[in-house]
Write a protein that binds this ligand. Structure first.
Ligand code: LIP
Length: 261
């Protein structure tokens, strides 16, 4: 089915990201509420999600939208846009560059389109299942590295996670000779895997709006992502393991996973 959803999402992510940057420069743009320990929402998160929802409603009125801030608003069709207006809010509000607008599309059966725009990093990633994954218009593919001692795993953590299990994961990776990074934004970690800069991403309990676009980008770039079936992941945070390849030596050192959807 040819459609212009990818071009639409790419243009929309760019507009949304530029709005987020502009709002960060205004005092009211960063009025902040706390959702939990080290978990924040700014007026910019809300404004960007509103912009995205209005654009989808105008262009694809039959599609629903699941967004981090306003939840799921269904429509007549089976398709649904899965949106994190500003992933990495803590980084964003502190002026750190690792944050992005994440827009994924679920056609009712599978995740099919993904766009991540990271304005402070100057990165626009687009991809569609069955099509190329592009980074700033140029093809990208996952890393060829297989050895654990030659791999860097990017990990995510939140207050939802078991702290000791997280520390044990880091210990296992270091014992295996891996390096690890923790960007504080799932989209940035997932994009690092899709673009071949890093070899794997793991997070124990990640919301689908943080992951949807990155999952499509990694699969379109030749990688693999294991996560819970969408029937489960649409309603609760779930374990996500994204890999350049299932043959990577890092796999045994990461958590056992739910069966892939
Ligand atoms: C964040 C994710 C991060 C996760 C945090 C938080 P937010 O997204 O990108 O990977 O560990 O709990 O969900 O809240 O900044 O959009």
């Amino acid at each position: 089915m040819s459609d212009d959803r990818l071009a639409f999402a790419s243009n929309l992510a760019r507009t949304a990201g530029l709005l987020a940057q502009e709002l960060r420069s205004r005092p009211e743009g960063l009025s902040i509420a706390t959702k939990g320990p080290q978990d924040f929402v700014t007026a910019a998160d809300l404004a960007v999600e509103t912009l995205i929802r209005k654009a989808v409603a105008a262009r694809f009125p039959a599609d629903g939208v699941l967004g981090e801030e306003a939840g799921l608003i269904r429509s007549d069709g089976s398709g649904c846009w899965i949106v994190d207006p500003i992933d990495g809010t803590t980084n964003y509000m502190r002026g750190l560059p690792d944050w992005g607008v994440s827009i994924g599309y679920f056609d009712g059966t599978a995740l099919t389109h993904g766009v991540i725009f990271a304005p402070d990093l100057g990165l626009m990633a687009t991809g569609q299942i069955g099509g190329p994954a592009l980074l700033n218009g140029r093809p990208m593919q996952v890393s060829p590295r297989l050895a654990a001692s030659d791999s860097i795993v990017t990990i995510g953590y939140s207050g939802r996670d078991d702290r000791l299990a997280h520390l044990a994961l880091i210990g296992r990776l270091l014992d295996a000779g891996c390096e690890y990074r923790r960007p504080g934004a799932a989209t940035i970690g997932l994009l690092a895997v899709a673009s071949g800069r890093l070899e794997a991403y793991y997070e124990a309990q990640l919301h689908i709006w943080d992951a949807a676009a990155g999952i499509v980008l990694i699969r379109a770039a030749g990688g693999e992502v294991l996560h819970a079936p969408m029937s489960e992941h649409l309603t609760a945070p779930c374990e996500v393991l994204a890999l350049n390849t299932a043959r990577s030596e890092v796999v045994p050192f990461l958590q056992a996973l739910h069966p892939q959807d």
